[in-house]
Design a protein around this ligand. Structure first.
Ligand SMILES: Cc1ncc(C[n+]2csc(CCOP(=O)(O)OP(=O)(O)O)c2C)c(N)n1
Ligand SMILES: [Mg+2]
Length: 512
């Protein structure tokens, strides 16, 4: 297993601070090239030529630049926040208040909306997959590294083939994880099987890592009898009791308060495990700016279901977890987009990482396209969550390379060269492969063998899944109540009557 002797988890806060003062962040990515020579990241000190290369890896095309400029909606304040840190022991000059002493001041200062320096982004590998000198990271063995790379490739192939299957009309829907393979696999690799996963929907790689088979993925997408959800959900709504992976549910962010609750139950049972809940950037701003959900809520309210009024679950989840000191990792994939809504239209803060502090949660920003950085950050976060019984927030900066789903055409709202840039220059799979290969752990021949074998296995799995019988119609009405209530019985009767009146309008392969 990997060698992790570097950071005693309690001191990680100090550790990060210490490294920052030494210019550690000079080796991280300033994702905002217009911040010039990186002064935003290194407090105005000059950076070495080598680090400058990391900070400004490419000449920017206009479209790409405009995308980065949208990140500039994080407005840096002109005023300094130094007054925040002043404290006094003199009782006349301070107010004793729950949480500690609050010093008085005669200066009327509003806290600035955002600090001048953006929170740096932790990374270990540069864009070419070379280890950055003097970077702290958790070493991984050859065995783990090769498994991580193989699973990243399997995920890519799964995405390509299922996407094609949807285009051929064989499955009704699909959604790829393209561009987020490192987040999927490296975060899963850093956890144990006992850790409980509450996913959003763009994390099938976690299940893949845990041993969910290609056949199981195919059975779910084809909604056949072998699907654990009995064909009642859309494709990609995977779930596995065996792998401690809660079934994906479409309403975004609902998994966060649940994650806090499950983590609290782990705490009460003295379990040496944590909960990991994934969320997208859109999940963090759900309801407040995602107007569609606002209308869903209004609709639900109008129909007399105020209990469905799901609002701001990100905030409820984080606050609960912080107050209850629950062992949960909130892993936010900030991929720049919530369908067609750019992050600048979702929030004005410096991304998601800064929100952790508002709730009293230790947080880190990490390069989501650097598998080693994600692995290291999640390992450290897990150690802190389990040993110190506390929540941790991780914001991984990445990019959704594919369309939101097969129901979307992202070229309608974003520039093609922005997509191409992330797909090629910042590709997480190629980057990790370069590192694995540079260790002498991978060859061209193994690459060809792996790709052929996964492709073959998946095509076979799809053939089997397609031929497997569908679940019977009666399954639609089971598993919620011990005894079906009259309204459900009535609905089943009505459905059967409709099918018998219009048999050609219904699939003939569903046993009645
Ligand atoms: C509560 C709720 N509101 C709105 C939607 C519609 N919806 C589905 S996916 C999505 C975008 C989510 O974006 P993000 O969380 O960033 O995840 P990504 O797709 O980028 O991985 C929205 C708004 C929903 N499913 N649930
Ligand atoms: Mg997103």
């Amino acid at each position: 297993m990997a060698n992790w002797g570097r950071i005693s988890s309690r001191t990680i806060g100090n550790h990060i601070r210490k490294r920052t003062n030494q210019g550690f962040i000079g080796s991280t990515v300033d994702i905002n090239p217009s911040s010039g020579s990186s002064s935003a990241l290194n407090g105005g000190r000059s950076v070495s030529d080598q680090n400058r290369r990391y900070l400004n890896p490419l000449p920017w095309s206009r479209a790409t630049l405009s995308w980065f400029q949208r990140f500039k909606s994080t407005v840096a304040a002109k005023q300094h926040d130094s007054f925040l840190s002043s404290d006094s022991d003199d009782d006349h000059l301070s107010l004793d208040f729950p949480g500690g002493k609050v010093s008085y001041t005669c200066d009327m200062n509003f806290i600035s909306e955002s600090s001048q320096a953006r929170v740096p982004c932790y990374r270990v590998l540069d864009d070419d997959g070379e280890l950055i000198k003097d970077c702290d990271f958790q070493q991984v063995s050859k065995e783990v590294a090769v498994k991580m790379y193989s699973k990243m490739v399997s995920l890519q192939i799964m995405d390509t083939i299922f996407y094609e299957a949807q285009r051929q009309g064989r499955i009704s829907f699909y959604l790829t994880s393209a561009g987020e393979e490192a987040i999927n696999i490296a975060s899963a690799a850093a956890l144990t099987e006992q850790d409980i996963i509450l996913p959003q929907y763009r994390e099938p790689g976690v299940l893949l890592w845990r041993g969910f088979t290609l056949q199981e993925f195919a059975d779910q997408c084809f909604g056949n009898k072998a699907d654990y959800g009995k064909g009642r959900q859309m494709p990609i709504h995977y779930g596995s009791k065996e792998h401690n992976f809660f079934t994906i549910s479409s309403p975004i962010a609902t998994q966060l308060p649940q994650a806090a609750g499950i983590a609290y139950s782990l705490k009460m049972d003295n379990k040496k495990a944590c909960v990991v809940s994934y969320i997208g950037d859109g999940g963090t701003s759900e309801v407040s700016t995602l107007t569609i959900s606002y209308f869903i809520c209004l609709l639900q309210f109008a129909h007399g279901y105020p209990n469905c009024f799901l609002q701001g679950d990100f905030h409820a989840g984080l606050n609960f977890a912080a107050v209850m000191e629950a062992p949960v990792i909130f892993f936010c994939r900030n991929n720049g987009w919530a369908i067609s809504t750019n992050v600048s239209e979702q929030f004005r803060s410096d991304g998601i990482v800064v929100k952790g502090r508002a709730y009293g949660i230790r947080s880190i920003r990490v390069d989501g396209n650097d598998a080693l950085a994600v692995y290291t950050a999640v390992s450290a976060a897990r150690e802190m969550a389990v040993n110190e019984q506390r929540p941790i927030l991780i914001e991984a900066l990445t990019y959704r390379v594919g369309h939101h789903s097969t129901s979307d055409d992202s070229t309608k709202y974003r520039q093609l060269d922005e997509i191409v840039y992330w797909k090629n220059a910042r590709n997480p799979v190629n980057r990790f492969r370069n590192w694995v290969q540079s260790n002498g752990w991978w060859s061209e021949q193994e690459e060809t063998q792996l790709r052929n074998s996964v492709r073959k296995q998946l095509l076979e799995a799809i053939q089997v899944a397609e031929k497997t019988e569908k679940p019977p119609l009666s399954d639609m009405f089971t598993d919620v109540y011990d005894y079906p209530p009259p309204n459900l019985e009535e609905q089943e009767k009505h459905l059967r009557e409709t099918i018998s009146r219009h048999p050609t309008d219904y699939s003939s392969d569903i046993p009645l």
